[in-house]
Write a protein that binds this ligand. Structure first.
Ligand code: HEC
Length: 149
């Protein structure tokens, strides 16, 4: 197809205009001197913990941590209610991470709580503890969700 002679100047204008920077520059945000790299961004520990919890813990402890996961009825011990603040507060973050990594038996609890050391890194156990300490505190099984407001 032939480009008509009258359109040619507009076409040239259009093509050349693309590379030309804005005349004033006032309406353009200036880029930061050194933009953040991905490695400099803060860790999103709680959301990492949520993803890990969803994958490895829900089928026993349940979506909201109440110990009512799909697999719970098959177990010799009821999975802990992870929304129970007293239960979580009674243990340090390090102790909770140890239960996750070494399993229930090593902590004097039921062996029905598996050891996740073969599956999870200590850092991942830390993300999970962060999640447990933040996610379910409004949903203990024996309290109304609004009781602490
Ligand atoms: C196969 C089922 C099962 C899975 C999967 C499971 N748990 Fe458990 N968990 C249990 C049971 C059962 C107990 C209760 C043990 C007891 O009370 O003697 C428990 C207890 C716990 C406790 C101890 C609470 C306390 O009393 O100190 C924590 C913390 C915990 N689980 C976290 C997790 C996390 C985090 C995951 C996922 C990485 C997970 N569990 C996966 C079954 C499971």
């Amino acid at each position: 197809m032939k480009i008509r002679a009258t359109l040619l100047p507009f076409l040239i204008l259009l093509l050349t205009a693309r590379g030309v920077p804005a005349a004033t520059g006032d309406d353009k945000p200036t880029p930061p001197a050194s933009p953040l790299t991905v490695a400099q961004l803060p860790e999103f520990q709680i959301s990492k913990g949520a993803v890990l919890y969803e994958r490895y813990c829900t089928f026993c402890h349940g979506e909201t941590g109440r110990g009512d996961g799909l697999n719970a009825y098959l177990l010799p011990a009821k999975p802990a209610d992870l929304g129970d603040r007293q239960l979580l507060a009674a243990k340090s973050a390090a102790e909770l991470a140890q239960v996750i990594l070494k399993g229930g038996q090593a902590a004097g609890l039921s062996p029905a709580m598996p050891a996740f050391a073969p599956t999870l890194t200590p850092a991942q156990a830390g993300f999970l503890v962060d999640h447990l300490q933040n996610a379910f505190k409004h949903s203990p099984a024996n309290e109304s969700p609004d009781s602490d407001l």
